[in-house]
Design a protein around this ligand. Structure first.
Ligand SMILES: NC(=O)C1=CN([C@@H]2O[C@H](COP(=O)(O)OP(=O)(O)OC[C@H]3O[C@@H](n4cnc5c(N)ncnc54)[C@H](O)[C@@H]3O)[C@@H](O)[C@H]2O)C=CC1
Ligand SMILES: CC(=O)C(=O)O
Ligand SMILES: [Mg+2]
Length: 479
């Protein structure tokens, strides 16, 4: 199957070549043969039968990118001047920076923003610590905390290699929630040390977003921090993912005319995302779920690769007591939810699912099955990626959710708030707009994040975890 070129493998080349359509055709043929696509082309200069062009190209993977560059280098009469990988270029020096909100132009400014004026603010906060929520960045700051042990589907790549992902999350917090989020990559895997580090950092932040910390350590870390801190703690890979999956599933089921209570669901991956998603699916009314991990189907009494969380889950899932691999689990299932590893499935593996199957292959960056391979067998297909329709990704949840939480100074994030976010996301696609390739709003939908924020705020007030009723003018771009 031909792979689709992706913006994540875009590169810009400058080359000098002979003028005329024959040379252009040779260039096109070389690109096509390698499997790349021209995205944009412009003429930089023209002189004595030679033309310098700048071309933006997209490839489906780095192998094709390399082959394309070699193909162009080998064209007779062509001279490759420069190659820039656009994704690497975009990351040079990092993707975010701190900026001052007020100018420092003279001694008056300095005397207020720094010493001596700042001391007045410090002393007010010393007397009443809650004033920090009004007089410091705490009001709008979230720590994105990772130890680098479960980064996307890349696994344990360490805290420094995790930093680009955390910077990316910080950008999403800012763009879609107006929130100042700081990447904190901790150089330890010890849960006690992670808990201590987050507690030491907590004075600066209005909320903690745990990210890409592997299971089962992440469950204890989150539970302990929720108990021991007075600011909201949220593990995005667990609950953000669960929220978006449930919202997408509610809408997908409308298309195939099935109901949560009657479907059977296979969740592949019993880590942070898989466990929390199963828990929210049960809370929403799903009755039949089979969990799978790298040891196959989870069943009562299984011995391999168990932990207390899986043991508890085995009592609630797989009522028929099925055994075997993912393929066995999928026979007759209505829904597949992949939260595991790339490329585990082929089209034929999902052919035995029930009528109009729904396939959410959400491993990042490469899903369990690519959409083009799943589509012939499934009624609805979604992935976590930005370069396909139906992006089921926790970015639809966490910016709006934290916006709502910070606005009302919530001290916790509870299930009522998660379900409020689910319904805000699901209802952002109107019934008449629901389509096979539009079950979930785009993350660029101008209203979805503010709808999530409003719903979460409301649920926080109703469930008694909001500390402030004050109207708040949100700095959200989209709202
Ligand atoms: N689209 C989205 O919004 C999100 C996607 N994800 C993706 O879900 C995946 C899992 O993330 P986490 O739960 O945070 O990681 P995790 O490390 O906590 O869990 C990974 C799970 O995958 C299972 N697994 C590994 N190899 C497997 C195999 N060959 N067959 C079946 N299961 C296998 C492991 O047993 C484990 O249960 C990652 O690819 C991640 O990118 C996670 C969060 C959000
Ligand atoms: C989207 C996300 O948080 C992940 O893949 O880990
Ligand atoms: Mg993540």
């Amino acid at each position: 199957m031909t792979k689709k070129p992706s913006p994540s493998y875009s590169f810009r080349i400058s080359l000098e070549m002979p003028e005329g359509t024959a040379s252009l055709s040779r260039l096109m043929a070389a690109l096509g043969k390698a499997g790349s696509e021209i995205w944009e082309m412009k003429v930089i200069s023209q002189d004595e039968g030679r033309i310098t062009r700048e071309i933006l190209i997209q490839a489906p993977d780095s192998d094709t990118e390399r082959k394309t560059i070699d193909g162009v280098k080998n064209l007779e009469g062509f001279r490759l001047l420069e190659v820039i990988d656009c994704t690497f270029h975009l990351h040079r020096g990092g993707k975010i920076e701190l900026a001052n909100k007020i100018p420092l132009q003279n001694r008056q400014d300095l005397a207020m923003a720094y010493t001596p004026g700042v001391a007045r603010i410090c002393l007010v906060i010393k007397e009443d610590i809650d004033r920090a929520l009004d007089l410091t960045i705490k009001k709008n700051a979230v720590a994105i905390v990772t130890d680098g042990t479960a980064v996307l589907g890349l696994g344990d790549i360490g805290p420094t290699a995790a930093l680009p992902v955390m910077e990316g999350k910080a950008m999403l917090f800012k763009s879609f929630g107006g929130i100042d989020a700081f990447p904190i990559c901790l150089n330890t895997k010890d849960p006690e040390e992670i808990i201590s580090a987050v507690k030491w950092l907590a004075p600066v932040f209005g909320g903690i977003n745990l990210e890409d910390i592997s299971a089962p350590r992440c469950f204890e870390i989150e539970q302990r921090l929720k108990k021991e801190l007075d600011i909201p703690v949220f593990h995005d890979d667990q609950h953000g993912t669960a929220v978006v999956i449930l919202a997408a599933l509610i809408n997908a089921l409308k298309l195939v005319n099935k109901h949560l209570e009657e479907i059977s669901v296979v969740v592949c991956g019993l880590g942070a995302a898989g466990m929390a998603s199963i828990s929210l699916l049960f809370a929403a009314g799903v009755r039949r779920i089979i969990g799978c991990d790298r040891n196959g189907i989870l069943y009562r009494g299984r011995q391999e690769d168990m932990n207390p969380f899986k043991a508890a889950l085995a009592l609630k899932t797989n009522p028929e007591g099925r055994k075997g691999g993912l393929y066995n689990a999928l026979q007759g299932a209505d829904v597949f939810i992949g939260l595991s590893k790339p490329a585990l499935l082929q089209g034929k593996d999902i052919a035995g699912m029930a009528r109009d199957p729904i396939v959410f292959a959400m491993a990042n960056p490469i899903p369990e099955i690519m959409p083009e391979e799943a589509q012939p067998y499934a009624a609805v297909v979604a992935t976590g990626r930005s370069d396909y329709a139906n992006q089921v990704n926790n970015v639809l949840c966490f910016p709006g959710l934290f916006r709502g939480v910070l606005d009302c100074h919530a001290r916790d994030i509870n299930e009522a708030m998660l379900l409020a976010a689910v319904h805000a996301i699901a209802s952002s696609v109107k019934a008449g707009e629901l389509k096979r390739d539009q079950i979930i709003p785009s993350i660029f939908d101008a209203t979805v994040h503010s709808r999530v924020a409003a719903a979460v705020r409301e649920a926080a007030h109703n469930s008694g975890v909001a500390r402030s009723r004050k109207a708040y003018v949100s700095p959200m771009k989209s709202g």
